[in-house]
Write a protein that binds this ligand. Sequence first.
Ligand code: XIL
Length: 523
Amino acid sequence: MSSMKRCMHDRARGIPTLLAGALTLALALTGGPATAAQQGTAIAAQQGSLHELAVAQGKYFGSATDNPELTDAAYTAILGSEFGQITPGNSMKWDTTEPVQGQFNFAKGDVVTDFAAQHGQTVRGHTLVWHSQLPSWVGALPSAQVEAAMTRHITEEATHYRGAVTAWDVVNEPFNEDGTFRTSPFYTAMGSDYIATALRAAHAADPDAKLYLNDYNIEGLGAKSDAMYTLVTELLDEGVPLDGVGMQAHLAVQYGFPYQMQANMQRFADLGLDVAVTELDVRMALPADAAKTTTQSGYYRQVVEACLAVERCVGITVWDYTDKYSWVPSTFPGQGAANLYDENLAPKPALSAVRTALGGADDGGDDGGEGGDPGALKAQYRNSDSSVGDNQIKPGLQLVNTGTTAVGLSDVTLRYWFTAGSGAPDYRTWCDWSPIGCNTVTHRVVAMDTPKAGADHYLEVGFGSGSLAPGASTGEIQMRLNKSDWSVFDESDDYSHGSGTSYADAPRIAVYVDGEQVWGVAP
Ligand code: XIL
């Protein structure tokens, strides 16, 4: 059985979880309602959660979270259903867990581990030793007392979370950009030996936890990752307990993609270490635009691809999944839009890119040589209708082949979801213009068996013939529809409706190949 087929079967098992997610937020990926004849393929097309897709590839997919967000039910619905691993953004840091010497408080961290237990998730503990978010009393200690304080802190915290935390970022951010050791109370007191001491203390407290060193700007080859490589080589030579290297991966579209990320991961893996992407986000200068958004999707995709290509890459954690709770705007003024979902928890193109890279858009096992990579299609949309309340809906659609092989168009359909409102139940659909010729474009309106928020019908667009070359676009397909009695629509709440008047990637318009969804998020 091909890996793609296995992965499709794994996804099928994920359907109940998905339906639960769909009920709460109507954001889960489904094949969408279909005609009876399509039901079989539609079910096969059901895609699992991000984590389920990752598990099918031998990885986990996780998200950071934080205590204030855990009271947001819409947020926790996705956190609990899409992700198989969580990392507390703040609540296991030293200033929270031991704000006063010897006074430990694990209440906030416990909320995170409880959430994980309730949702069948693993937890990465973050972080035991770090120069930041460190209470001032540590820096005020006489040097001779720092080691004991550090060891005690590690021992208390790692012991408390034994069994609840599967991996620890034992030391966070030990390096400067040039690869020299960062100054901190620990480095000042013990030199670089503090790292081995910290790892040994963590191992003694929790022999089962995977122990990591974690840093940023070590994703690609360079001076800082070289320094990490040298350090971990020495630690392993000395027999210090160390299981992995965490690459934070706080990327930015304006700084380019890390240089040779896969090769860099592989060299750590070749030492016998695990590698994890621990804090992935891809920020940009605001406002976001189509070019930055496309670059961002590409970076997310490339991180997933690098991890998939390295067997010892165990998984990926995004540093929160939504722009609503991102650390970026407050830390990097003027920047943001760094995450997979927007501030309203709506999926962004980057999410589709991740899903596709995880194999969520494969062709259901038809990888044996028909040619074409159906996963490599995307839909773009523009609104050609300035009125949201008139008697026509006019979506402009484009289909783009982002892959490396030609795709036969006769197997491809797109769906644009809308609500009918009152009026006649039958429709007229029109292709007004397209450079590929409207005579090759087929179209119809389908009523959904199970209406969703913003969707009780969809416009289905297909192709009678033709093929789309790698990198090619159909160019715009100017679609239009009306009810037979010309009664009005209210498009403002339609699922696929957008206000943009120039073409942009459209995650709310889905693309199917042979009935299997390869792009977008169905309502
Ligand atoms: C960030 C948190 O997300 C913020 O809420 C907090 O104010 C500052 O720290 N690298 C890390 C994380 O290792 O701990 C940081 O988290 C982001 C950068």
